[in-house]
Design a protein. Structure first.
Length: 144
């Protein structure tokens, strides 16, 4: 009698685990990228101090930075498992994720310098993030 699990079902289960970890990373990264500018806005409107910006910076590095690492690692693993390298949709998605990574770096640099951008810049950043995330998620789901 064969074992309960075939190699194919083990691979499918591993794929689902990696996909779940990737989606959790995407969610946490997106949350960190959108919430951080909002926290900066709130800090700048109230009694925002360098101390509060330092706490936000520490939170951002821990949450969004860790999630970005997972996002790339699990995402590239999925692309390998799915055999998607060379697909047009994945190329566009990877380019947009590079943009998101760059925005993460820019926001991280602002936080390190303890200087908040203007309210208009922060709102623009949030809007840009939401648009780019929407396109990335659409590409991942639709795989056009």
């Amino acid at each position: 009698m064969m074992g309960c699990c075939t190699t194919k079902s083990k691979n499918a289960a591993m794929y689902e685990i990696v996909k779940t970890l990737h989606l959790i990373s995407v969610f946490v990264f997106g949350l960190g990228m959108v919430v951080t500018p909002v926290l900066l806005l709130v800090a700048s409107l109230g009694t925002g101090t360098v101390q509060s910006t330092a706490r936000i910076s520490k939170w951002f590095r821990l949450v969004a930075g860790s999630a970005l690492f997972g996002l790339w690692g699990f995402g590239l693993t999925l692309a390998l498992m799915g055999g998607w390298f060379g697909a047009g949709w994945l190329t566009v998605k990877l380019a947009l994720v590079l943009v998101l990574s760059g925005l993460h770096g820019a926001l991280s640099g602002q936080l390190r310098r303890a200087t908040a951008a203007s309210h208009k810049q922060l709102l623009s950043l949030v809007a840009t993030l939401l648009v780019v995330f929407t396109i990335v998620i659409t590409l991942a789901i639709m795989k056009p």
